[in-house]
Design a protein around this ligand. Structure first.
Ligand SMILES: CN(C)[C@H]1CCc2nc(NC(=O)c3cccc([C@H]4CCCN4C(=O)Nc4cccc(C#N)c4)c3)sc2C1
Length: 406
C-alpha cells in the first residue's frame, strides 16, 4: 500500500481515515439489522458475519456511557448541550447531542459538518474547541471545551453593560469573526447566544451550525434565509427565493446589532410580529434610531453602529476586519489588538468547582426525543452520518500506531 494512502488512513482529518471506515461498517450493520430485512438471504448472512465484529469494534471507541451527565446547560432545535464529566479522565466538557431521527425526519442532516470541521481545525483561542466527535444509532455527539461563564445573553441580563464592557466584548467578537472568515467561513447567526465566556473571562464563538464555506471569491449563493430574525442582515432577507450572492459582511451587520443591544438594552429592529421585524430591517435607513432616554451613548459608538447597520456595499468590514479595528470606538487605555487575549476582562466568572454550571439556566424538558421505528425496508438512515466520528487519542489509527511502535 503506497505511503500516501497509509497517511490518509491515519489522518483524523481525512475522509478516508480508519474512523470513517469503522463508521461505515457500523452504519451498514445498524441499517441492515432488522427482522424484515434479514429475511433477505444476502442481508442476513452479512449481518451475521459483521454484527459481533461491529460490536467488538465499538467497544474500543468512545460512547455516550463514557460520560456522566452533570446538568443540561443548553437546548437547540435538534438536541441539547450537557455538562458532562469524562469517567476515565475526570475532565468536564460540554457535550452536544444531535438527534439523528429528528434530522432524518426533517431531511436536515448535513448542517453539522461545518460545525465539526471548524471546531476541529480552528485551533484558535476565539473558537470553542472540539475534543471528540462520535455517534451511536440515535445521536451525534460533540465533546467540546466547557465555557463556565455562560453566554452573553445571560451576562447582559445580569449586568448593566457599560461602553468599556461593550468595547471589550465587541473587540473579542471582531477577532473571532476575523479568524472564522480567515478559515473561509461565514457564520450567518452571530448573536450573544453564540458568544460564550471562558473560565478566564474571555469570550469564544460557539454553535457553528449555520456556518457556510465561502467560494474562492468570498461569497455564498444561498437562497434559504438562515439565522435569527433580530440579527439577520437585509441582503440575506432580500435573498429569500432569489440566488443573489452575499459575503462575510453579513456577519459585520450582526456585530452592529450586538453593539446596539449591549448599549441600548434591546435590539434595534425589534417588533412584536416577525414580519414587522423584517420590515424594520429592510427599511433600516429610517427605522434605526437611538433612544433619547437611557444612558447617553458616545458619538463613536453611534457612528460605529451606523456604519455596521448600513447597506452591504458601504458597510464597515466589507474590506476586511482591519477597517473595523481602526474605528475610533475601539480606542482605549486598557488593551491593544495584540494584547487583547491577555487583557483583564471586565467580568471573570466566580466558580465554586470545575463543574459549576451556575451561569447556565435551562428550563427542564421532559420528552427524550423520538427514535427510529423498525424499518420495513432498507432506509439507509445511518448513511448521512458516516465519517462524523473524530477522536484523536482514541482513534484506532493512533492505537495502531502505538501497537506498531511497541
Ligand atoms: C435549519 N438547518 C439548516 C439547521 C441550521 C443550523 C442548526 N443548528 C442546530 N443546532 C442545534 O440543534 C443545537 C443543539 C444544542 C445546542 C445548540 C446551541 C444553542 C443552545 C446552546 N448551543 C450550543 O451549541 N451551546 C454550546 C456550544 C459549545 C460549548 C458550550 C459550552 N459550554 C455550549 C444548538 S439545528 C440546525 C438546523
Amino acid at each position: 500500500m503506497e505511503e500516501s494512502l497509509v497517511r490518509e488512513l491515519i489522518d483524523p482529518r481525512s475522509p478516508l481515515n480508519v474512523e470513517s471506515l469503522l463508521d461505515a461498517v457500523t452504519a451498514l450493520v445498524d441499517d441492515c439489522n432488522h427482522p424484515v430485512l434479514r429475511r433477505i438471504k444476502n442481508i442476513d448472512s452479512f449481518v451475521s458475519r459483521y454484527e459481533c465484529l461491529a460490536r467488538r469494534l465499538n467497544e474500543g471507541r468512545l460512547k455516550g456511557s463514557d460520560f456522566q451527565l452533570v446538568k443540561v446547560i443548553g437546548r437547540g432545535s435538534f438536541g441539547e448541550v450537557q455538562l458532562v464529566r469524562h469517567t476515565r479522565t475526570r475532565q468536564v466538557h460540554a457535550m452536544k447531542l444531535l438527534n439523528k431521527y429528528d434530522m432524518i425526519k426533517r431531511s436536515d442532516s448535513a448542517f453539522f459538518w461545518e460545525e465539526r470541521d471548524i471546531m476541529m481545525m480552528a485551533n484558535s483561542n476565539w473558537i470553542v474547541k472540539l475534543h471528540y466527535a462520535f455517534q451511536d444509532t440515535r445521536y451525534l455527539y460533540m465533546v467540546m471545551e466547557y465555557m463556565p461563564g455562560g453566554d452573553l445573553v445571560y451576562l447582559m441580563a445580569t449586568y448593566d453593560v457599560s461602553e468599556k464592557w461593550a468595547r471589550f466584548y465587541t473587540a473579542e467578537l471582531v477577532e473571532a469573526l476575523s479568524t472564522l472568515h480567515g478559515l473561509g467561513f461565514i457564520h450567518r447567526d452571530v448573536k450573544p447566544d453564540n458568544m460564550l465566556i471562558g473560565k478566564n473571562g474571555h469570550i469564544k464563538l460557539a454553535d457553528f451550525g449555520t456556518c457556510v464555506r465561502m467560494s474562492k471569491d468570498g461569497v455564498v449563493k444561498c437562497s434559504t434565509a438562515v439565522g435569527t430574525p433580530d440579527y439577520i442582515a437585509p441582503e440575506v432577507l432580500r435573498n429569500q427565493g432569489h440566488d443573489h450572492e452575499y459575503g462575510r459582511e453579513v456577519d459585520w451587520w450582526s456585530v452592529g446589532v450586538f453593539v446596539y443591544e449591549m448599549l441600548v438594552g434591546e435590539t434595534p429592529f425589534y417588533a412584536d410580529a416577525l414580519v414587522n421585524t423584517y420590515t424594520n430591517i429592510m427599511n433600516h435607513r429610517d427605522t434605526l434610531q437611538f433612544p433619547d432616554d437611557g444612558p447617553p451613548m458616545s458619538c463613536h459608538s453611534k457612528n460605529l453602529i451606523r456604519l455596521l447597520l448600513s447597506d452591504a456595499d458601504e458597510r464597515l468590514g466589507r474590506n476586511g476586519a482591519d477597517e473595523v479595528r481602526e474605528h475610533a470606538f475601539f480606542r482605549n487605555e486598557d488593551w491593544t489588538w495584540e494584547s487583547l487575549p491577555t487583557a483583564v476582562p471586565p467580568f471573570v466568572p466566580d466558580l465554586r468547582a470545575d463543574d459549576d454550571a451556575s451561569n447556565f439556566e435551562v428550563d427542564e424538558q421532559i420528552d427524550q426525543g423520538e427514535t427510529f421505528q423498525i424499518p420495513r425496508a432498507f432506509t439507509g438512515n445511518q448513511l448521512p452520518f458516516i465519517g462524523f466520528t473524530y477522536s484523536n487519542e482514541y482513534s484506532p489509527a493512533e492505537q495502531l500506531k502505538n501497537v506498531l511502535a511497541e
